[in-house]
Design a protein around this ligand. Structure first.
Ligand SMILES: Cc1ncc(COP(=O)(O)O)c(C=O)c1O
Length: 367
């Protein structure tokens, strides 16, 4: 039987990672971040695993992702927070699906209240310069929130959030201090949120002062390290994603002959290539060729030539590799698989990007 071509996600690893993170940040809680199709792991199954592991909150980028979770069966017993909204966002959908929007402006807060959303979190920018109201906008936003509370609006300001840059410990603590100013500003308008949240994976591990009431953790739950100088194993985490592909065919190549577009690789001696059916259309960067190695059996073999739209080539030399054999692109290095960080380093990026970019064209199985 031919090997599976696709992503296998280890549900037990997701559950174990959740437990590891939850224990580490306690008494702070954990919002399990499952945006971007759960960083490529498959949002429905990953969300289910985290809920089964004890998550009371899931975090997504936008309301559409939240609706998809609700429609896949995540019921209202689990809260869903969504923080990025279109300019003309229809917050009635948030109300309808019981999704909690984080609002970054007076207009978003007013639109959420007009839509009778039950609870909102106020999102403030404390330095990332991305989402969230900037400090000059706080007085008007907080006054509006105060007025809303006094008016008996159905919409309650339940939380206050911001997001860190992870530029340095000092920068993160500066952002934490700014968040405190926001909290004080809300209090001056009669609002004391139930939950304040700031830290994501990196700070929740490395800057415990920023954990506040609850952390929003993504990458660590998938078993990946947010740090360049610490591995998953160093953090007690298990990478949950394993990418495998079946050998589609083997091709003999003579010394001097090339492979794939542009012949960025030529055989130094007679050899054989194995072709697998994953390429840049599936999210595997074209530039990876000649820079990473896969595992077949107990050995490593280099990916050679340019990664094509739907295929990549592996130089298998005279190894006994047959059509249908399993090629492991990456998995848990604790089991001898290549690490996703090798794939990230090969193209000058981070593990986050490599896992998140594996396309929806690639089949996912959660086991
Ligand atoms: C607002 C927000 N919170 C939390 C996270 C989770 O980050 P991480 O995967 O580093 O834990 C993200 C992801 O980028 C985010 O955008």
């Amino acid at each position: 039987m031919s090997a599976f071509t696709g992503i296998t996600v280890d549900r037990e690893a997701l559950i174990a990672n959740y437990a590891t993170v939850a224990e580490q940040v306690a008494p702070s809680g954990v919002i399990a971040v499952v945006k971007a199709n759960a960083y490529g792991h498959g949002a429905t199954d990953a969300a289910r695993a985290f809920v089964d592991a004890g998550a009371e909150w899931l975090g997504v980028a936008d309301i559409d992702e939240g609706i998809a979770l609700r429609e896949s069966g995540i019921d209202e017993g689990t809260r869903i927070l969504a923080w990025l909204h279109a300019p003309d966002e229809d917050f009635r959908r948030a109300a309808q699906y019981d999704i909690t929007p984080a609002v970054s402006s007076v207009s978003q807060l007013s639109a959420a209240a007009d839509s009778e959303v039950g609870a909102v979190h106020v999102c403030v920018d404390t330095g990332l310069s991305r989402n969230g109201a900037v400090e000059s906008e706080w007085p008007e936003l907080f006054e509006t929130a105060g007025r809303l509370a006094r008016s008996g609006s159905r919409t309650r300001v339940e939380g206050l959030m911001s997001h860190l840059s992870n530029a340095s410990r000092a920068d993160d603590l500066d952002q934490d201090a700014a968040l405190q100013r926001a909290l004080d500003g809300l209090a001056a308008n009669g609002i004391v949120p139930d939950m304040v949240h700031l830290a994501a994976s990196a700070a929740s591990i490395a800057v415990p002062e920023t954990r506040r009431d609850i952390t929003r953790v993504g990458v660590a739950l998938y078993g990946l390290s947010p740090f360049a100088d610490r591995t998953s194993a160093d953090l007690g985490l298990r990478p949950a994603m394993r990418v495998t592909a079946a050998v589609l065919r083997t091709v003999p190549v003579r010394a001097g002959e090339g492979a794939s577009y542009g012949f960025t690789w030529r055989a130094e001696q007679d050899t054989r290539l194995a072709v697998v059916g994953l390429g840049y259309a599936d999210g595997f960067d074209r530039a990876l060729g000649n820079h990473v190695a896969v595992r077949i059996g107990d050995r490593r073999f280099p990916v050679v030539g340019r990664v094509a739209m739907n295929a990549m080539h592996i130089d298998i030399g005279d190894a006994d590799v047959q059509v249908g054999d399993e090629v492991v692109l990456w998995g848990d290095p604790a089991n001898g698989d290549p690490a996703v960080e090798e794939w990230a380093a090969a193209i000058g990026t981070i593990n986050y990007e490599v896992v998140a970019r594996v396309g929806r064209s690639v089949e996912r199985r959660t086991t």
